[in-house]
Ligand binder design. Structure first.
Ligand code: FMN
Length: 222
């Protein structure tokens, strides 16, 4: 913390700063108590009307994890052939290294997903009181809570959604009903690499004041 603002809980800022996509996870076991705590953190999240429209599928069975990996890897292959190839063609020289690293790590995840000791699939129910982008939005604060809790305990994870391209196969594998939407697929495990800060645009560039497009110069210090 190097600004003079009073901070009562500095650790949460550090967790936010260093919570990033961890796609390389060790197969080493994770005691189930960690999973209990992750779900606890998820279920503390804000949600529409406090209806708590969520269920958390925890997958530890080897055959089911392998099934998820096969579904995910097939979608990853399509992504790489389409959007991935397009990104490669468009990327500037300066950003090439970072893109190649992300794609390499993405490939690693697609190949090794089933080796993570747990895969969690947070499922959300759509709320009629919300519409458009907000209709399924109650599940994502819960996912972010879970990811920050994982960071706090030294566990790696990454929010993935590619499985949604073949959500029917995931439903069939795990018996998920039609009204429960699989918002994400999160491998959970001890990370191979180190946590660090992800590249993000400065807050001043993405903040408008009073009128759309009106930026101000400011520096937000942690
Ligand atoms: C809605 C959403 C969907 C994502 N889907 C995938 C995915 O299917 N596969 C994957 O490897 N990463 C996925 N990610 C992770 C992003 O690529 C990652 O958060 C982003 O590149 C920033 O990474 P960093 O925190 O390490 O900087 C997804 C993230 C979000 C928020």
């Amino acid at each position: 913390m190097n600004s003079d603002l009073p901070v009562i809980e500095p650790a949460i800022f550090e967790a936010m700063r260093t919570q990033r996509a961890m796609r390389r996870l060790k197969p080493d076991p994770v005691p189930v108590e960690y999973i209990h705590r992750l779900i606890w953190a998820a279920t503390r999240a804000p949600n529409g009307g406090n209806v708590q429209p969520w269920r958390f599928m925890v997958v530890e069975d080897s055959a089911k994890k392998r099934g998820l990996q096969e579904i995910y890897a097939a979608e990853w292959a399509k992504y790489i052939a389409g959007r991935g190839a397009q990104k490669r063609a468009e990327v500037s020289e300066r950003e090439r290294r970072s893109l190649e690293l992300t794609l390499e790590r993405g490939q690693y995840l697609a190949d090794h997903l089933h080796e993570a000791p747990y895969i969690i699939i947070p499922c959300g129910f759509l709320l009629a009181i919300n519409s458009g982008i907000a209709s399924g939005s109650s599940i994502y604060p819960a996912i972010q809570n879970l990811m920050l809790a994982a960071r706090a305990m030294g566990l790696g994870t990454v929010l993935t959604t590619l499985h949604r391209q073949n959500e029917g196969a995931v439903r069939a594998l795990l018996g998920i009903p039609e009204d429960a939407h699989t918002a994400a697929l999160l491998p959970i495990g001890w990370p191979v690499g180190r946590f660090g800060e992800g590249p993000r645009r400065p807050p001043s560039e993405v903040t408008y004041w009073d009128s759309w497009g009106e930026t101000r110069d400011f520096e937000a210090l942690l």
